[in-house]
Design a protein around this ligand. Structure first.
Ligand code: SAM
Length: 220
């Protein structure tokens, strides 16, 4: 990683950790309310959550997986439209609050939340029409449950995700993933390409610190 991105990543970690501690714990995103604790990725202050939620293209027929749900923001936004949503997170606090938020948004018949590492807590069926993925992408070692929201050392999680996601999509299904220029998005795409995925840029937006990019990835 070059020195500029290394510096930007350190600033982003510092900012996010501050916001987790001192930011509001009851926030609104696109008309939905989310309650979180300081151990759950706050969807309000760091732009990625809202940016991804704004660009969901799920349809009423879709069965959706929200991988790494955090507060449940993508699952709940998708759940207002889709037929069914399953949300997964490795952080027990995220699972607890995502479940609370699903109930607070009256979506308990549409959205279910499970705890575990990537696809491990899921049955082999059903297959999904859409998998939403807002992964951690900073370099560093996770040292707490919350740190899983930030760090993916050597993109190990990304590699595992693209390997395992292959057998979880319906034939015309797709992955929608958010990534950032400060974490070498080209390398992230190369990992997916190596595993047989094709990608298309859906949209991108530049903020003061980084360029956020949303991709659609397919196997066909
Ligand atoms: C950047 S946060 C995004 C949270 C949420 N999707 C949003 O848009 O605000 C990444 C989330 O992925 C979760 N995560 C990290 N590694 C995971 C894994 N191996 N399995 C499941 N979830 C994971 C983290 O705990 C965190 O909640």
């Amino acid at each position: 990683m070059d020195i500029v991105n290394k510096l930007k990543q350190s600033i982003v970690v510092w900012l996010i950790k501050g916001v987790q501690k001192f930011g509001q714990h009851r926030v609104r995103i696109l008309g939905n309310t989310f309650e979180i604790s300081d151990k759950v990725f706050n969807p309000k202050y760091y732009y990625t959550s809202k940016f991804m939620a704004k660009h969901l293209t799920v349809t009423p027929e879709d069965v959706v997986l929200d991988m790494g749900t955090g507060s449940g923001v993508q699952a709940i936004t998708a759940g207002k439209i889709a037929a069914k949503v399953v949300a997964v997170d490795i952080n027990p606090a995220a699972v607890e609050y995502a479940r609370k938020n699903v109930i607070a948004n009256n979506l308990e018949y549409t959205v279910s939340v499970v705890e575990g590492d990537l696809f491990s807590p899921l049955d082999e069926k059903p297959l999904f029409d859409v998998i939403l993925f807002t992964p951690p992408y900073l370099e560093g070692q996770p040292r707490s449950d919350f740190d899983h929201a930030l760090f993916d050392p050597d993109k190990a999680l990304l590699k595992k995700f693209f390997k395992e996601a292959k057998s979880r999509l319906k034939p015309d299904g797709y992955v929608q993933m958010l990534y950032s220029s400060i974490a070498d998005h080209q390398q992230a795409l190369a990992i997916a390409t190596k595993q047989g995925w094709k990608h298309k840029l859906v949209t991108q937006e530049k903020t003061f610190s980084e360029l956020f990019l949303i991709y659609k990835l397919t196997l066909n």
